[in-house]
Design a protein around this ligand. Structure first.
Ligand SMILES: Cc1ncc(COP(=O)(O)O)c(C=O)c1O
Length: 425
């Protein structure tokens, strides 16, 4: 197969670059350290984190929300991250309930235990889960957390656990935004009936159940966006507009809502040709539609806070042409990068010693799980590999560690967490 020239050259910076994930002399650096050297020292496969990136993303989010004039609460979605080292870092950003502190949104008793163990107070935590059992509610109701239920049956079950308490309703606005339009037809927000959230026509019944149980509805939650790109702006705006109409309905019905939670959705630079929805535009949409209604606006992103804080380092154990196609085989598999396989998000793989190569070939990159679809990328522009090379799979900071499955005895890779960036001014 012929080599082809890359459009990226040594003088164009890769779109994913930031201060903690940079190119130094053509080589990849993480937190100011040579990526290949990190892999040689700690072994592969290995997640390598630049914790400062998380600090920067939290600060950018908080700045944007405040800059849009919103009274706001920031939490992180724990389904995206609950490694103790990352939790300790997040907790260190600010003492409880200070503007720099970030709360946690959890979706199970285990996540609640992780949050409490890492030092969060109950009143900094919200719960937005699904199909919660009596056991789940028992554990969760033991803490003064803000709890969102996502359907009539769940509301009745919760009422048995906490009669006379307060509750939030997760709603389904039948609309969604993100992932190149895929979220619009997803289980999170479309006309397809899904398990998530109260539909508009169920709200009157929810009000009756709440009244009978002496429950006060104090928050509304909607999560109907993920991987937001600039071209998702109209769909995202419509999603928020619909949620705002449901907030107005509940306020008019006399519910003393003090919080509207807009869920997650922000993305990091997940593709070269699709700019992400920037955090200021995102905040402006929330401010325009939700700000005037009165309640505090909260958000609980995952990918935006964590995605590009880490890479997965792996060794090239196979480099050969197969029926004319260049194949690279890695000592990491789909189980260590599962969100690519669950959400069909394309992956970016970088050769650590040659990040901006002069020529590339359309390459298939595979993993070490004994399954045929353990394929990271096909037709992927990749330089000439050598066995023993180290590659970095980008955007490994969110979800991946939580989703790891030990299939074929390939266990969860270890991780290194760098709190300081070497060479930073
Ligand atoms: C309820 C809820 N909130 C927040 C998030 C975080 O989403 P994202 O990573 O797109 O910001 C998710 C993830 O799907 C979610 O289910």
């Amino acid at each position: 197969m012929k080599s082809v020239a890359l459009t990226t050259t040594a003088d164009t910076r890769p779109y994913w670059e930031h201060a903690g994930l940079s190119v130094v002399g053509g080589r990849l650096a993480i937190a100011g350290r040579d990526a290949e050297a990190i892999a040689r020292e700690h072994g592969t496969p290995l997640y390598a984190f630049d914790l400062s990136r998380i600090t920067e993303q939290v600060a950018a989010l908080q700045r944007a929300l405040a800059g849009a004039g919103l009274r706001c609460v920031t939490r992180f979605s724990m389904k995206a991250q609950r490694e103790p080292e990352v939790l300790a870092h997040l907790r260190s950003l600010g003492p409880p309930v200070t503007p720099q502190a970030i709360g946690a949104d959890i979706c199970s008793p285990v996540e609640l235990a992780s949050a409490l163990a890492a030092g969060w107070r109950g009143d900094e935590i919200s719960y937005t889960g699904t199909n919660a059992s009596d056991r789940d509610f028992e554990a969760i109701c033991a803490q003064p957390i803000r709890l969102n239920v996502d359907g009539l049956s769940q509301l009745r079950r919760y009422a048995r656990h906490a009669p006379g308490g307060s509750v939030g309703l997760r709603v389904n606005v039948r609309y969604g935004a993100g992932h190149g339009g895929r979220y619009a037809g997803s289980d999170y927000g479309s006309d397809k009936p899904s398990k998530f959230g109260f539909y508009e026509e169920q709200l009157p019944e929810a009000l009756v159940i709440a009244r009978q149980a002496g429950l006060t509805i104090t928050s509304l939650h909607f999560h109907a966006a993920t991987g937001l790109a600039m071209d998702d702006l109209p769909a995202f705006t419509e999603t928020v507009r619909r949620a705002a109409a449901m907030v107005a309905f509940l306020l008019e019905a006399g519910c003393p809502l003090d919080e509207v939670n807009a869920g997650g959705g922000l993305d990091i630079g997940a593709s070269a040709d699709r700019p992400v929805l920037d955090v200021d535009t995102y905040a402006a949409v929330l401010a325009e539609h939700l700000g005037p209604l009165g309640p505090v606006v909260s958000v609980e992103p995952g990918e935006y806070l964590f995605g590009d804080s880490a890479v997965l380092l792996a060794e090239v154990v196979t480099a050969e042409d197969r029926l004319g196609v260049p194949f690279v085989g890695l000592d990491a598999g789909w189980n260590a990068a599962p969100d690519r396989f669950i959400y069909q998000v394309p992956l970016d793989v970088v050769l650590c010693r040659d990040v901006l190569p002069g020529s590339v070939r359309a390459t298939t990159i595979t993993g070490h799980i004994n399954e045929g679809d353990d394929v990271f990328a096909e037709d992927y522009p990749f330089p000439e590999p050598r066995e023993g090379d180290i590659v970095a799979i980008l955007y490994a900071g969110g979800y991946w560690q939580n989703m790891v499955a030990p299939h074929c005895g390939r266990l969860k890779p270890p991780a290194v967490y760098f709190a300081e960036r070497l060479g930073a001014a």
